[in-house]
Design a protein around this ligand. Structure first.
Ligand code: S3P
Length: 438
């Protein structure tokens, strides 16, 4: 079977209600927290994508029992210090930076050396940012050229640290919090704001973590967790998956879409703020609080006139996974859009800032790119009439999905390789596309 897909523009418009898959960040965190809990935790709507399955395999290697049933998943945790594992184990983090980086925090007191490996894309990514703080706790970490494969051996008696996290990386912050939960004494983190699911889970579980929000940064204090209660969780849907359909709807004519039960945690909705500034009509309906997270149905209506944006940097962290798809809106907007301080995009599953520019240029959109910014010269009348091939993009799931949306919205004949890439975060993506086309 071919692993590429051909997308052609056809008159798509719809008025539909859809569900997207469970939130990837929360699914992976649920697996990790459940593996630390004392007793049985149960999750519904867990995202069963390759990244989350890699997390499940990782905690199994650490001696945790996991059962995947048709409608739910259970994990039997042995408590915060309950991991039992053999010498010389290897954890394969596959494509998942979140798993690879967060689990290292949990290994800060591992008695034996553990090897962490990943796929080609993850092996190119930076793990020095995690090794640096965890070494301060006392862990012995050996990297290969700042990345994977790596080995980590914990300290019998990890020491609390004070750390300044200034990338705005939720993965770095979360890894340190998890290490802090395993360490006697008070660990302090001063960090640029980023998605806060880890803090919210700690708060819900009444773990010893305090957060003070300052104007431009957060101050976090964390202490050792002695017991963790089981975590039953109904995982909300992922705004990063919904984002593709929010943008598709915004770019089409006469369409309206409701995506149900989306996690609209304020630290994740940068895309909504940005698109609203660009003139897209988006509303949250049926807002409710679920275990500290904010959930809503997201209504999007097609938009005739899109405006360019000079995107404020303070929105970057909340939209960090959505820039590729936001760039498509800029491609159709009136005027020149400017996104700055987004060099972190080149640290993702592929160098995404470069790929963003590459996709736009193939579409005939002019861009000016630096290592840290992009200017996009919008063309409200854009119609593509040529063949576009997207390949060799390190199987970055978001490059694939963005290209599919571009083909449906702007036309041309798109031959997009490696459709299996969606398995990492959103296996149902193409099924939903089919549903919207019919
Ligand atoms: C994530 C944090 C972000 C994001 C990633 C998921 C998380 O990475 O890009 O997809 O679940 O904590 P950084 O922490 O590197 O910004």
């Amino acid at each position: 079977m071919s692993n590429s897909i051909t997308i052609k523009k056809e008159e798509v418009n719809y008025n539909k209600i859809i569900n997207v898959s469970g939130d990837k960040s929360i699914s992976i965190r649920w697996v990790l927290f459940a593996s630390l809990a004392n007793g049985v935790s149960k999750a519904k709507n867990l995202l069963l994508s390759e990244d989350v399955l890699a997390a499940i395999n990782a905690v199994k290697k650490l001696g945790t029992k996991v059962k995947i049933r048709k409608d739910y998943c259970t994990i039997i945790g042995n408590g915060p210090d309950g991991y039992k594992f053999k010498k010389n184990i290897t954890i394969n983090s596959k494509n998942s930076g979140t798993l690879g980086r967060l689990i290292m925090g949990l290994l800060v007191n591992a008695p034996h050396k553990i090897r962490i490996i990943g796929d080609k894309s993850l092996s190119k990514r930076d793990f020095y940012r995690i090794a640096e703080p965890l070494k301060k706790f006392g862990a012995d970490i050996r990297l290969t050229n700042r990345g994977l494969p790596l080995t980590i051996k914990g300290s019998e008696n990890p020491l609390p640290i004070k750390y300044l996290e200034n990338k705005g990386s939720a993965q770095v912050k979360s890894s340190i919090i998890l290490a802090g939960l395993k360490t006697r004494g008070k660990t302090f983190i001063k960090c640029k704001p980023s998605r806060d699911h880890t803090e919210k889970l700690c708060k819900y579980l009444k773990l010893p973590l305090k957060v003070k929000k300052k104007k431009n940064y957060d101050l976090i204090e964390v202490k050792k967790a002695i017991k963790i209660k089981p975590l039953n969780y109904n995982i909300p849907s992922d705004i990063s998956s919904g984002a593709f359909f929010i943008v598709l709807t915004a770019l089409l004519n006469n369409s309206k879409l409701i995506i149900r039960n989306i996690n609209v945690n304020p630290s994740r909705i940068g895309i909504i703020t940005i698109l609203k500034k660009m003139g897209v009509n988006i509303q949250f309906k049926n807002k409710k609080n679920y275990k500290g997270e904010l959930i809503a149905d997201v209504l999007t209506v097609s938009t005739k006139k899109l405006k360019a944006i000079n995107c404020p940097s303070k929105l970057n962290s909340g939209a960090i996974d959505e820039f590729l798809i936001i760039f498509l809106v800029a491609a159709k907007a009136h005027g020149i859009s400017y996104f700055k301080d987004i060099g972190e995009l080149n640290q993702k599953e592929s160098p995404r800032l470069k790929w963003g520019a590459k996709i736009l240029n193939k579409m005939g959109i002019k861009t000016i790119t630096t290592d840290n910014s992009i200017k996009i010269f919008g063309n409200p009348n854009l119609e593509i009439n040529k063949k576009i091939i997207i390949k060799d993009y390190l199987k970055d799931h978001r490059v694939f999905m963005t290209s599919v949306i571009a083909g449906l919205a702007f036309g041309g004949t798109w031959n997009i390789h490696n459709k299996d890439s969606i398995k990492t975060s959103f296996p149902k993506f193409l099924d939903i596309i089919e549903d919207l086309r019919n």
